[in-house]
Design a protein around this ligand. Structure first.
Ligand code: ATP
Ligand code: MG
Length: 218
């Protein structure tokens, strides 16, 4: 049995067409089903539905052989837990966005940085933000949030946020402007390193098929 870890929402929605190209269809839709283990048209392949940030953990411990996770999630996971046991990051080219610094319209970010001001930055991406500002030599106080980062500057919790942006619509709706790009993000296929050896004959054709599907659709 091969176990593939996916998260609901964007990751599942954008991985499903790649699986379909590889001839694999999930037997239920995780958006409407309450099941957390979903069969597929391939009797030897099942999908486990986990939180986006938990995908690397399932794969690292071998509870899933494969997983699809955003590069944002992988960067944070690696900073906190290391990447022992994780292998084969394959860029699937899906769920594309960028990790950015954004501030309220009218906040003079450039001059705050020039003055060496201490910035309060709210984010879910504490490790990536810390590394980015340290490299720039900007002093920051990081405030960990679990969601709705856009609210933080509006509510007076922070001067800036570090968050994912794709179209910029959410930023605009909250009168925020993007001032820095930290990283370009897309989703990656990751594998459990031990499974890649012990289940190689089962996993490699699937990995190759997903790589080909990603290649064909991007
Ligand atoms: P949870 O809902 O469990 O808190 P989450 O909010 O990170 O997790 P999603 O919003 O589904 O879950 O995001 C999953 C992944 O999709 C992210 O890790 C990122 O790689 C990618 N992603 C997030 N926002 C965007 C976006 N605006 N455009 C494209 N891809 C995105
Ligand atoms: Mg979300």
């Amino acid at each position: 049995m091969i176990t593939l870890a996916l998260s609901k929402g964007r990751i599942f929605e954008e991985t499903a067409p790649l699986l379909a190209r590889a001839g694999i269809v999930a037997s239920e839709d995780p958006e409407t089903s309450r099941k957390l283990i979903i069969g597929t048209s391939r009797p030897d392949l099942r999908i486990v539905i986990v939180r986006a940030a938990d995908v690397p953990t399932y794969v690292q411990y071998g509870a899933a052989d494969l997983g699809v996770a955003g590069r944002d999630v992988l960067l944070e996971h690696r900073a906190q837990w290391g990447e022992a046991g994780l292998a084969q990051p394959l860029d699937l080219g899906i769920a594309r966005c960028r990790l950015c610094v954004a501030v309220p319209e009218g906040f003079d970010y450039a001059s705050a940085v020039r003055r060496g001001a201490r910035l309060r930055v709210a984010t879910k991406y504490v490790a990536s933000a810390r590394e980015f500002f340290a490299e720039k030599g900007v002093h920051v106080d990081l405030i960990k949030l679990y969601g709705s980062m856009e609210l933080a500057p509006l509510a007076g919790l922070a001067d800036a946020i570090v968050d994912l942006v794709s179209t910029g619509g959410t930023l605009r709706a909250n009168r925020l402007v993007e001032v820095e790009t930290i990283a370009h993000i897309s989703a990656r296929l990751i594998a459990n390193a031990a499974a890649l050896k012990t289940k190689r004959t089962a996993l490699m054709p699937l990995i190759d098929a997903l790589a080909a599907a990603a290649e064909a659709t991007t």
